[in-house]
Design a protein around this ligand. Structure first.
Ligand code: ADP
Ligand code: ZN
Ligand code: ZN
Length: 798
């Protein structure tokens, strides 16, 4: 293949040339290092070990890279080298202090790089928190205590002690752990030297401990007392059966379990008991597969993944209330906290790790069980390299370790559902809520009819308004969903003939009007793709008419509520009001305390809320996701409606949900309102199979991005051509579609073109896709992830 782009572009440097490497005989003082950045390699690079040192797999190092030998961070991924070693080898520059990546995770990283077609270094790097890699946030403090064994025979054989050493021993007293700084102070010793001698001689035992704790854990601990365990005889029959089947003898070892339970059916209680079971296997004399437990800290732990947004003190409290040693990994942690938590986990000091997507790489030394809650959630997919799916990586990790994994959801992804219909996973169902709790009654409102019968613009229908009034009269609360930010989706000329619309200068997208009382014109226009902002023009630039606002957003609903329910407190929750995880928690807490009657928001309110005071749920528009050009739009619509409808009717009041739609006849809307997931899944799977779309096949996507439109499209054309050639040569039967402009053809002044790859068939389809992508990367050098992004199992197709 010849280069099609003329001048090499910095983001995309033509074809890979086979580098001629001089080689010598194999040698065993060589390690393979996956470097953090700079090279697109499937394997590590070879380096000599520092003289006299043997480096284990997983050790973090710095190595010289490139012509200028720039020190670059990396991780040892293997020892020795396959085949003859390159003749002139550079040596590892530096071995980083502190623990490395466990070998198990290095192996998982190799799989990650292969499966998601990204450089090994990028995959490995994603598994370590930045603060660990950089060695920052070093808030470890040294703790010491008298070593018990030494105390008895301290007279003869040991070296003579200085007066200062003697003082330290006296101050250390009974042998309890004490922070070294405190001990020095107590003993009146000014330098650390004497203490270090005692540590070297084994008189004092030392340990470095993190000093910081996540606030979420502290908050959760405060709440935890209010969350007692549910007694066994109170479990629902569904819960009992699921627990029995998942703790039985058949369920030992690796297995994927899909726990499908309607919203509020008590999935968390099932997780808690499964974790208890998994951890208790240790207590009666080691684990069945013969792994040893550390003596200092009983190891053995469970990993619980939840969507970031569900990481509230409310969720965490349910785990903290049941287990002593819980670590929470969330985006609100400081670098120091993240570092500290990682070390605690690595040292086996933690029984349970709860965290969002990247917690799937938590270095638990003896992982016994993985739980992925809300497994359908799109936030498990990372949108930059490595573009991994947290659930799928979790499944892979469980498989490698030979431990069970539980995927829980009220609205499973069709991928997980389809799998549960085969022998590759087991389905467990919780068909009902705990006794006395009812699923809400659902009322569909036809918005087209509402519009015919009513004057003016109303986002709250008459029926929803009546339900809200009833709820407020009964001292209850309401949750209202509209999955659209801002006030109005478009600002346009009223004249159809003119057709002007305010669009972003940098993207192929309309600008969204956001209300802002501080601005004279009452608001600003914003692009939701590049975040550009501008003042709104008073008149249409083409025909000088006054523009109108079309399409509704949450701010508009908020305004309407102010007029329809004056004096009723509303909390709004969307990406504009919730800037930090902290805001989100504070808002939910305020709502939980009853400080507002209405919680209004975008999809973030649909997840994991559990408030008994809520008796009404309103879906302002069930149609937002239906209009998105994506084969998953029906699935997303179902999930959003079913999840938010499930927020009503917790506690002992039967709730009611009002779902407003222009498509009351749409089967997805109807089935979601009825919370009939199996019927929906069956229907949807038929159409996916017919079209050969996931889960009936596997998809990957390569997106090329460039400021120059021709270059972007030529890049995509070249990639499509290579893909077709590889497919034909190797007979992989992968369908190559494109190049074609992306749905969002331009974002932030970059043109975007894509190539879609579709491999029909069962699980083996993934291997064919992987083979094709590996060859593609061998032939075409994809230097920058921003320039050419490979996305395997894409979740968003924009
Ligand atoms: P899900 O995760 O399935 O939506 P949760 O686990 O949040 O449901 O459970 C909803 C509520 O029901 C929680 O407050 C939980 O404590 C309670 N709960 C769970 N199981 C039972 C039970 N068997 N009896 C009574 N209450 C229960
Ligand atoms: Zn833009
Ligand atoms: Zn006009």
């Amino acid at each position: 293949m010849t280069g099609l782009f003329g001048q090499p572009d910095p983001q995309y440097i033509g074809k890979r040339s086979a580098a001629a490497v001089e080689t010598g005989p194999p040698r065993d003082d060589v390690v393979q290092v996956a470097v953090e950045r700079g090279v697109d390699l499937v394997d590590g690079l070879s380096y000599l070990e520092p003289p006299g040192q043997r480096l284990a797999v997983g050790v973090r190092v710095q190595v010289p890279l490139g012509r200028k030998d720039k020190p670059t961070r990396g991780v040892v991924v293997a020892r020795g080298c396959e085949g003859p070693a390159p003749k002139r080898l550079k040596a590892v520059l530096r071995v980083e202090p502190g623990p490395g990546l466990p070998e198990e995770l290095v192996e998982l990283g190799r799989w990650l790089a292969r499966y998601y077609a990204c450089p090994l270094g990028v995959a490995i790097s994603a598994m370590l928190p930045a603060a660990v890699k950089q060695g920052t946030g070093g808030t470890l403090r040294r703790w010491v205590r008298l070593a018990a064994a030494r105390e008895a025979d301290d007279s003869g054989s040991l070296p003579r002690r200085s007066a200062q050493q003697q003082k330290l021993i006296e101050a250390a007293g009974s042998g309890d752990w004490v922070e070294l700084a405190v001990l020095l102070d107590r003993a009146g010793v000014k330098t650390a030297g004497p203490a270090q001698k005692l540590i070297d001689n084994g008189v004092l035992q030392a340990e470095d401990r993190p000093t910081v704790r996540s606030r979420l854990v502290t908050d959760a601990a405060a709440q935890a007392e209010r969350q007692p365990a549910i007694p066994v005889d109170k479990l629902t029959p569904g819960q009992r059966q699921a627990i029995e089947r998942m703790t039985g003898d058949d369920a030992q070892g690796f297995g994927v379990h899909l726990l499908h339970g309607v919203t509020g059916s008590g999935k968390t209680e099932v997780y808690l008991r499964l974790i208890e079971h998994a951890l208790s296997c240790r207590a009666d004399g080691g684990s069945s597969d013969g792994r040893l437990d550390g003596a200092e800290h009983p190891s053995g732990g469970a990993l619980v993944l939840v969507p970031e947004i569900a990481l509230t003190p409310q969720t965490v409290a349910r785990f903290v209330g049941r287990f002593d040693r819980v670590a929470v990994l969330h985006s609100g942690l400081s670098a120091a906290q993240r570092h500290a938590e990682w070390r605690r986990i690595h040292a086996g000091e933690v029984e349970i790790v709860i965290g969002a997507r990247s917690a799937v790489f938590a270095p638990l030394p003896d992982l016994r069980l993985i739980v992925v809650d809300e497994e359908h959630d799109g936030s498990y997919k990372q949108d930059q390299a490595p573009r991994y799916h947290g659930r799928d990586v979790a499944i892979r990790r469980a498989q490698r370790l030979g431990v069970p994994i539980v995927l829980g959801s009220a609205t499973p992804s069709l991928e997980s559902w389809a799998r549960s219909q085969t022998d590759r996973s087991t389905l467990h169902t919780l068909p009902e809520r705990p006794s006395g709790w009812k699923l809400p009654k659902v009322e569909l409102v036809d918005l087209a009819q509402e519009r015919r019968e009513r004057r003016g613009v109303h986002m709250v229908s008459r029926r929803l308004e009546r339900r809200l009034r009833e709820a407020f009269a009964a001292d209850k609360q309401a949750v209202l969903l509209l999955n659209r930010r801002g006030f109005a989706s478009y600002l346009a000329c009223p004249s159809h003939a003119c057709g002007w619309q305010l669009r972003c200068d940098h993207c192929d997208a309309a600008m969204v009007f956001h209300r802002d009382r501080k601005v004279p014109s009452g608001g600003t226009a914003r692009c939701h793709h590049c975040d550009a902002r501008r003042l709104v023009p008073a008149l249409c630039p083409l025909c000088s008419r006054r523009p109108v606002l079309l399409g509704e957003g949450v701010q508009r609903v908020e305004q309407e509520l102010e007029t329809k329910f004056p004096g009723v407190a509303t909390l709004r929750m969307d990406a504009d009001t919730m800037r930090r995880a902290e805001d989100y928690r504070r808002t939910l807490d305020a709502f939980g305390r009853g400080e507002a009657r209405i919680l209004l928001g975008t999809q973030m309110i649909a997840k994991g809320l559990d408030y008994p005071g809520v008796s009404v749920v309103g879906v302002i528009s069930a149609d937002t996701a239906l209009q998105v050009p994506d084969f998953r739009s029906a699935e997303r619509t179902f999930q959003l409606i079913a999840q938010v409808v499930g927020r009503a009717g917790r506690g002992h009041t039967a709730g009611v949900a009002v779902v407003q739609t222009y498509h009351p006849q749409d089967p997805t809307v109807g089935l979601a309102a009825a919370q009939d997931y199996p019927a929906f899944a069956e229907r949807e799977l038929v159409s996916r199979r017919r079209a050969g779309l996931p889960p009936a096949g596997r998809m990957a996507r390569v997106v090329c991005r460039h400021v120059d439109e021709d270059k972007a499209s030529a890049m995509a054309a070249d990639i499509a051509e290579v893909c077709r050639a590889v497919d034909a040569q190797r007979g992989l039967s992968v369908e190559v579609a494109g190049p074609a402009p992306c749905v969002l053809g331009r974002v932030s002044d970059h043109f975007r073109f894509e190539v879609r790859l579709l491999a029909a068939g069962g699980p083996e389809a993934a291997a064919r896709l992987q083979a094709l992508l590996a060859d593609l990367r061998g032939r075409v050098k994809l230097v920058s992830d921003a320039g050419t992004a490979i996305d395997v199992d894409p979740v968003s197709l924009m």
